[in-house]
Design a protein around this ligand. Structure first.
Ligand code: DHB
Length: 319
């Protein structure tokens, strides 16, 4: 780590020793994987999106990296251990023995009522974890992404935000139209305890084809799956910056998409990210990526004379 560089940050009023953690879905389904994250140099951890009941997910192959480092495609279909497993993990999470890392819990109910039931159980347990509601899983057949249904998303937030009471976050799909950034941000600004948005979930329903076999690369949904990795970087940066510019003061953006090195992480913070998650690179490289990318970001900051993330967060310039 370059000397005199501080990578710590705050999300939803909670301190992270550094800005990096896993993108939900990667290395976070089982306790064993979550413990790997605790041991790693990440600054936090987030669990796999939980449904009310455990799910096996879609048939395999359901994830693959794509050639030439461009990224990945997945159609996992929400395999997870069910919310009670993650509730138990949160109850047993030892904040004194986890290198100061906050625990984020991702919830992805298949209905608003499922989210209500899961949130109620977390409320009853009264834990210091931060809840993140996922409005953007693209891979469950027959379940559209709520993030693309503005009325449905506002109705869900109207029910869930007062129930959660504490500061919470939401995971968003990528948007591709300025009018949609405006509409979505207007909705989010109505909810005071909505503390942050995480941008972006995978770019939904891409298709990857192998020339030799003439086959699609993942089995579920005739090969349609969420795209991640370097190919989504610029869409991710646009979403981070669009919401950074539009959200009310105090609300934050967490950046995710296309981070393979310190350089892309630096771009995410310049665009406005308060923390940065790593998905495809973590899946392909393993948890050593946190050590490497932290070092690379520190070196970029040191070379530019930046000592903290606040020195350049959101300060991207227009020529
Ligand atoms: C899955 C994919 C997502 O992008 C998401 O937000 C939640 C779940 C999945 O396929 O398991």
């Amino acid at each position: 780590m370059a000397a005199n560089v501080d990578l710590s940050t705050n999300v939803a009023g909670v301190k992270l020793p550094n800005l990096f953690y896993n993108a939900s879905g990667v290395m976070c389904q089982t306790e064993k994987e979550l413990n790997q994250l605790i041991e790693s140099d990440s600054g936090a951890l987030i669990t796999k999106s939980a449904t009310f009941l455990p799910r096996e997910g879609n048939p395999s192959p359901r994830y693959t990296a794509l050639p030439n480092g461009i990224g990945s495609i997945n159609s996992m279909g929400l395999p997870n251990e069910g919310y009670e497993y993650y509730l138990n993990f949160a109850k047993n999470y030892n904040y004194n023995n986890s290198k100061g890392k906050p625990l984020f819990i991702s919830l992805s109910g298949l209905s608003v009522q499922d989210n209500v039931n899961m949130i109620t159980a977390f409320n009853d347990a009264d834990l210091p974890c931060i809840l993140e509601v996922n409005f953007s899983c693209p891979n469950v057949p027959g379940k559209p992404q709520l993030g693309y249904d503005f009325e449905g998303m506002e109705n869900a937030l109207t029910v869930l935000a007062p129930l959660i009471k504490k500061p919470f976050g939401i995971k968003l799909p990528p948007y591709f139209d300025i009018a949609h950034f405006d509409i979505a941000a207007n909705i989010f600004n109505k909810f005071e305890n909505l503390a942050y948005v995480t941008c972006i979930n995978s770019v939904g329903n891409g298709l990857a084809i192998d020339v030799e076999t003439e086959q699609v690369l993942v089995k579920p949904k005739d090969g349609f799956g969420g795209l991640g990795g370097l190919m989504v970087l610029n869409t991710a940066l646009a979403n981070v910056n669009a919401f950074y510019r539009r959200l009310s003061p105090g609300k934050q953006v967490i950046g995710v998409g296309g981070v393979t090195s310190g350089k892309e992480a630096f771009m995410h913070v310049l665009a406005g990210a308060s923390a940065v998650q790593i998905g495809t690179t973590l899946k392909e490289e393993g948890e050593g990526c946190f050590t490497r990318i932290s070092k690379e970001l520190s070196e970029i900051m040191a070379s530019k004379g930046y000592k903290t993330l606040d020195d350049f967060r959101g300060k991207v310039k227009t020529p």
